[in-house]
Design a protein around this ligand. Structure first.
Ligand SMILES: [Ca+2]
Ligand SMILES: [Ca+2]
Length: 163
């Protein structure tokens, strides 16, 4: 399910509060034995061309011993998705990397460039429930999707007579 981009500001504010509550108390270099929760971060390319998949690569450091499902929110500008159903992203036990690949359509329609955004959120917003993971900032990444169907400039008719 996608939400309009204008809702992002409010959601981000909520996540900022949540990540403050669950802020990591230690870095990977100085692990805190009292907090064994893994830290999840992710990367994505700045831009793709329509027809290419948008790849979001999630990495967890720390405890890898259990399956771990992520709570993601998706944002979209433009009509680029092949499928509006996006599967759950999770690490299986022992795995440090999970890849989300979102296929896009190479259609024949000239359209504005858009983007696919992914927000990594806490699983729980209640302060009395322990989060299963920390979020390595930034929690939001956006892949620009470039249209490749712009009409050629040369096809525009000209008022100038041929010489
Ligand atoms: Ca195209
Ligand atoms: Ca297009």
């Amino acid at each position: 399910m996608f939400f309009h981009a204008t809702r992002f500001g409010a959601l981000l504010a909520m996540v900022a509060i949540a990540t403050t509550v669950f802020a990591p108390a230690a870095t990977a270099e100085t692990p805190d034995v009292s907090d064994n929760r893994p830290v999840v971060s992710f990367t994505a390319p700045d831009a793709i061309t329509e027809g290419e998949p948008a790849l979001f690569t999630f990495t967890r450091v720390g405890d890898l011993s259990s399956d771990l499902a992520l709570n993601l929110e998706f944002y979209l500008e433009g009509q680029f998705l092949q499928d509006d159903e996006i599967g759950e992203v999770w690490f299986t036990a022992g795995e440090a990397v999970a890849v989300l690949s979102i296929p896009t359509n190479d259609d024949d329609i000239a359209e504005p460039d858009g983007y696919i955004g992914v927000l990594l959120q806490s699983r729980y917003f209640l302060s009395n429930v322990q989060e299963p993971y920390h979020i390595g900032p930034p929690a939001y990444r956006e892949v620009a999707v470039r249209d490749n169907d712009r009409p050629a400039v040369a096809t525009v008719s000209s008022a100038s007579p041929p010489v």
